[in-house]
Write a protein that binds this ligand. Structure first.
Ligand SMILES: [Zn+2]
Length: 318
């Protein structure tokens, strides 16, 4: 009887723990690495896929660190090493991660093929499909890329190991085709990588807010201590996060907008417009302020979010 009672209390406790989930874990997987360069551009000055994947993955992770709380980031690699596909899957499964996001760039024998793709194992895994759709929607609307849509094993006619064996919501993002000259050029610019990474960040942010409505993810102007653990034990990429200059990115546009206009005036802080050197349709970027630390930017971020730009976020100035 005692034993039964114990089991009963444990299961009650278990249910409570589940209901009180306070943090989520995301595994960010930059594809390839080390002796496996991934796809290559025909332009010899361009970076191989493995390097672009790592740059985009780290930017995505740093956006989470700078703007979100209650998210633990685990990278499958943070340097030019090659963890096996089994290692990557095992790392995510052992950590009991909630999301697995693999970052890749594509290639095709036909050089006119271009655009982004988000891959899932099966269309029946609803949460993965929903995250993949968010990514593609961000790519086509905000980032101005051509979206080739969400694909599954049937579309690909083969399964992807990192999607098949991971036990959580898993999406593999193809950020563009290195065999397409224009897209390879774009992916090799800092600005192109920033835009792709922020589209992934936005898609991830709206998905986790939908999936875990009880957890508060957005940092507000509170104590800086609350942000200390967001990089988590698995991340070795957080050393630079509080050094350098930061700004608040509020929006981008296709046509130049007057920074003295009504919608910007509401913020009560000067807005800067920057013209980007990009092939994207969104050529103008709007930011507020320059700050010596994320903490310093946080107060103004709150102000910006309250005054009509709730999607604004802090970015590091390159
Ligand atoms: Zn790849």
């Amino acid at each position: 009887m005692k034993m039964l009672l114990l089991l009963f209390s444990l299961s009650v406790l278990g249910i409570q723990t589940f209901a009180q989930k306070e943090k989520i874990i995301v595994v960010i997987d930059p594809g390839h690495g080390g002796s496996d360069p991934g796809h290559l551009s025909s332009n010899k000055n361009h970076l191989p896929e493995k390097a672009l994947n790592l740059l985009i993955a780290k930017k995505f992770g740093s956006y989470i660190e700078q703007n979100m709380k209650n998210v633990t980031i685990i990278y499958t690699r943070t340097d030019d090493s090659f963890p096996s596909l089994d290692d990557r899957v095992e790392k995510a499964n052992n950590a009991k991660a909630d999301y697995f996001i693999s970052i890749h760039c594509n290639a095709n024998a036909r050089t006119n093929v271009h655009g982004t793709e988000s891959h899932v194992h099966s269309m029946s895994s609803k949460k993965s499909v929903s995250l993949a759709k968010e990514f593609e929607s961000e790519f086509s609307t905000r980032a101005g890329r051509h979206s080739r849509g969400v694909k599954d094993t049937d579309d690909r006619e083969h399964s992807l190991q990192v999607l098949k064996f991971t036990n959580m919501t898993s999406v593999l993002v193809e950020c563009g085709f290195l065999t397409n000259e224009k897209e390879a050029n774009y992916l090799n610019t800092t600005n192109g990588q920033d835009i792709i990474a922020s589209a992934i960040y936005r898609g991830f942010r709206s998905t986790i807010q939908k999936d875990y409505p009880a957890i508060s993810f957005l940092k507000s102007g509170g104590s800086s201590n609350t942000t200390a653990n967001t990089s988590g034990k698995g991340s070795s990429n957080s050393t630079a996060k509080s050094t350098g200059k930061f700004t608040i990115q509020i929006m981008s546009s296709k046509e130049p907008m007057d920074t003295g206009g009504e919608s910007f005036k509401k913020i009560g802080l000067p807005v800067t417009r920057k013209k980007l050197n990009t092939t994207s349709a969104y050529k103008y970027l709007y930011t507020v302020g320059t700050y010596d630390s994320q903490e310093a930017a946080k107060k103004d971020l709150e102000k910006v979010q309250k005054n009509g730009f709730k999607d604004a976020y802090i970015v590091k100035v390159e």
